[in-house]
Design a binder for this molecule. Structure first.
Ligand code: FAD
Length: 444
């Protein structure tokens, strides 16, 4: 079958752009065979390939990535790898206690796996920092959400610390927030550095990554899968689809996935004068107390001192937001930045971009063997740093014929729910997002 469409990534991949230039990997230009083909080099694809590399050391593994490494969503997110429940569709991120305990164990398994890659492959420390994150509240309602979330964490026995307005100002340098909830288990990624470093360190004489090599057709013939790219092809008995929402373009999970874009803006590098005006710590990360609010990070490292804001979600069943939508979102970013950082009036945004997320209506993954020898590690419900890692390693285990608790948990979950027909789906999503953003108020 022909792959229906290829990924579209609006705007620059800023996290990658601020890193030193690096030589591209080759693109595929020949007919090759392998024991394993992994399609997609995001969190899911690279984790699946790593698992195979460790567990099947004699096998030949090929990864095909449509774009440059770290140019897709894996390199253009906000870098919060969160261990705790973080359901974007709930009011306060929390869920049911029993389910949340399983979620936490799964997320930590993924974080342990990522940490092991970081340590064994000697990834730079800036790529993966185990420093925790803060759920920041800018309003009474935000404080209430944080209070409810803190009570939920108490019931779960999870450590956390409540911060007051003064403590928030000491950390961030700004007086916008009335309070915060610190949780220590989140990892802060420099997402492009993490993905690029894995792309540099994983290859061996048995594992190859081809970038700028989109799979344009995939079919099974004589017991082997054949993937075609514009200039070559790969034949392999087993394939892992690690393409998140693009799995629908491969003819799977049709009308079961919700395609959403979210957006971010990154300032130019702050001068030492800007940093002095701002004060606060040089590195921190805030998720919003309201899931439809604004995520904010301050970074300082190889790419300079910068601030990144992320907000707004738009429903994009065509997987391609219009220029008009992007323009309106970028205006919101500038307003959200100005409201929080009045002392940085002269600081402009250097990069503005969007990226594709995939959700399901019932918050489950698109996981499992979807055809003979074809495995899916897709639909990360907006939390792909951790869920992509988890589904990638679980898909590799499943494809190797392993049996473990994680596979059983993922396989016992229901399939992603079917979407209502159009125009109900689009209208419903637009209304829900619009209402949610209005309700987010000062948290946006
Ligand atoms: C602005 C923004 C902020 C975000 N913040 C966070 C955050 O803080 N924490 C978090 O956990 N998540 C966050 N996310 C979501 C996160 O980025 C995604 O959930 C994650 O990247 C999904 O990982 P993945 O490996 O499943 O898919 P992807 O990262 O999307 O990787 C799939 C890869 O498949 C490739 N592909 C697609 N089709 C083909 C084809 N035909 N041939 C070959 N390759 C193909 C794509 O190019 C892509 O590189 C954010 C996303 C955005 C856009």
């Amino acid at each position: 079958m022909k792959v229906k469409a290829l990924p579209h990534n609006p705007g620059p991949a800023a996290w990658n752009a601020i890193l030193p230039k690096q030589d591209s990997l080759h693109s595929l230009s020949a007919q090759e065979t392998a024991d394993w083909l992994v399609i997609g080099a995001g969190f899911a694809g690279l984790s699946a390939a790593r698992r195979l590399q460790i567990e099947a050391p004699n096998d030949r593994i090929i990864i095909l990535e449509a774009k440059g490494l770290a140019e897709g969503p894996a390199g253009r997110n906000s870098g919060f790898m969160i261990d705790l429940p973080h359901d974007l569709t709930s009011d306060d991120y929390g869920g049911q206690i029993d389910k949340d305990r399983i979620t936490i164990a799964q997320n930590r398994l993924a974080i342990d796996f990522a940490r092991d890659m970081v340590e064994t492959l000697h990834l730079p420390s800036e790529a993966f920092r185990e420093v925790g994150k803060i759920n920041a509240a800018a309003s009474e309602k935000g404080l209430k959400h944080n209070g409810e979330y803190a009570a939920h964490l108490n019931n779960l026995g999870e450590p956390h610390a409540v911060l007051d307005a003064q403590e928030m100002q000491e950390i961030t340098g700004i007086s916008y927030y009335q309070g915060g909830l610190f949780t220590p288990g989140a990892v802060m990624l420099q997402p492009a550095l993490y993905i690029r470093s894995l792309g540099a360190k994983l290859p061996s004489n048995r594992l190859r990554i081809y970038e700028n090599s989109p799979v344009v057709a995939l079919q099974r013939k004589d017991g082997l899968w054949q993937a075609k790219t514009p200039k070559g092809s790969i034949r392999a008995p087993k394939v892992i689809l690690a393409v998140n929402g693009h799995v629908e373009n491969f003819g799977q999970f049709s009308r079961q996935l919700v395609h959403v874009f979210t957006y971010a803006s990154m300032t130019r590098a702050l001068s030492s004068e800007d940093c002095a005006k701002l004060g606060g710590h040089p590195d921190w990360g805030l998720t919003p107390a309201d899931p439809l609010g604004t995520t904010v990070r301050r970074i300082s490292g190889d790419g300079g001192d910068r601030i990144i804001v992320r907000n707004r979600f738009t429903y994009e069943p065509s997987m391609m937001p219009s220029a008009r939508v992007q323009k309106s979102v970028y205006r919101t970013h500038i307003q959200s930045f100005a409201a929080r950082f009045p002392m940085l009036k002269s600081v402009a945004m250097e990069y503005q971009w969007g990226g594709h997320l995939t959700l399901s209506l019932n918050n489950v993954a698109a996981f499992g063997e979807v055809e003979d020898g074809l495995f899916s590690a897709c639909c990360q419900n907006g939390l792909g740093t951790v869920k992509g890692t988890l589904h990638g390693l679980a898909a590799a285990d499943l494809a190797m014929g392993r049996d473990n608790d994680l596979i059983r948990q993922l396989q016992s979950a229901p399939a992603p729910k079917h979407l209502p027909p159009e125009p109900i789906a689009t209208l419903g999503a637009a209304l829900r997002l619009c209402w949610g953003e209005l309700r987010a108020g000062k948290e946006l």
